[in-house]
Ligand binder design. Structure first.
Ligand SMILES: *[C@@H]1O[C@H](CO)[C@@H](O)[C@H](O)[C@H]1NC(C)=O
Ligand SMILES: *[C@@H]1O[C@H](CO)[C@@H](O)[C@H](O)[C@H]1NC(C)=O
Ligand SMILES: [Ca+2]
Length: 282
């Protein structure tokens, strides 16, 4: 329905004067009270429009204040609620950062160690390669390989052999010659001891060696024609007890007997094991 300008004007004139042209709700309220309560409302409401506005504003202000208070309290509470987790999170972050730097340092240390170990590994590999390149036969067979044939023992440039069965002194010498040697010629205590240590112990284990006085009694000569000087005779030997012209040495079960007092003279036809000697690799 269209309200004419005149009618509007009349209504406005009849009612209260509007506070402002924009305050339409107020105008409407004023118009309503005009209709419903023409006397009382008009006096309370419309006669004092400024009071109403003040009340409205005050209420509005109070509401605003309340809203403000409530929101501020809410947000404050929320902030305080958030505060502790956020602060712990921050500390966690700090710790994490510290941990990260610590771990980075550790990682670098590990990397350094790794490179050093790799260096060491390559060095060791090189050493192994060098060792493998050098002829191994030089190192291993030396201790095992004797300059002497099997069953012969080496000492000071000579090889020594102890027979396992008996022959006469001259047959023993023949046997040694056939093997490229002679009955043992013993010139030093060391040589005597070395040979003696090769011999097995027994009740009266006797072994021919290269000495004889068959040509002239009590004139002892080695098989190579050189004259005996000294010797390692047992006390009281040689005694030519039964025309004994050949020399042997004993190694008995008596532990107190010694190598350098082990020579005896005996009949040359006796069958005894013997000791051969020959130079190294002749
Ligand atoms: C770093 O992390 C380890 C576990 O990964 C933890 O035990 C240690 O307490 C942490 N250190 C810091 C400073 O956060
Ligand atoms: C080793 O042999 C040499 C030459 O035959 C000799 O002069 C030396 O006395 C011997 N040494 C020993 C300990 O028998
Ligand atoms: Ca004799």
């Amino acid at each position: 329905m269209k309200v004419s300008k005149r009618e509007q004007c009349l209504q406005t004139k009849r009612g209260c004067t509007p506070i402002s042209s924009t305050d339409l709700t107020m105008t409407a309220a004023v118009q309503r009270c005009d209709i419903q309560n023409p006397d009382k409302s008009r006096k309370q409401f419309c006669q004092d429009p400024f009071k109403v506005a003040t009340a409205c504003l005050t209420a509005f202000c109070l509401i605003l204040l309340m809203i403000l208070v409530v929101t501020s309290v809410h947000s404050g509470k929320a902030r305080s609620d958030q505060d502790s987790p956020s602060s712990t999170a921050a500390s966690h972050m700090q710790k994490g950062c510290a941990n990260v730097s610590a771990l980075t340092e550790e990682l670098q240390a590990v990397k350094k160690e790794k490179s050093e170990l790799e260096k060491e590994r390559t060095q060791l590999k090189n050493r192994i390669a060098v060792l493998e390149a050098t002829p191994a036969p030089q190192t291993t067979p030396l201790p095992t390989k004797s300059p002497c044939p099997e069953d012969w023992k080496h000492f000071n440039g000579s090889c020594y052999y102890v027979s396992e069965y008996g022959r006469s002194w001259s047959d023993s010498q023949t046997n040694c010659k056939r093997q490229g040697g002679h009955l043992a010629i013993i010139l030093t205590a060391e040589e005597q001891t070395f040979i003696w240590n090769l011999l097995p112990r027994g009740y009266w284990n006797a072994f021919w060696f290269g000495i004889s006085d068959a040509r002239v009694e009590d004139d002892w000569y080695w098989v190579d024609g050189t004259k005996l000087v000294g010797g390692f005779w047992e006390d009281g030997e040689p005694n030519n007890h039964m025309n004994e012209d050949c020399g042997y040495m004993i190694k008995t079960d008596v532990l107190s007997r010694v190598a350098i007092k082990s020579w005896y003279d005996a009949p040359c036809h006796m069958s005894l094991p013997w000791i051969c000697e020959k130079p190294v690799s002749s």
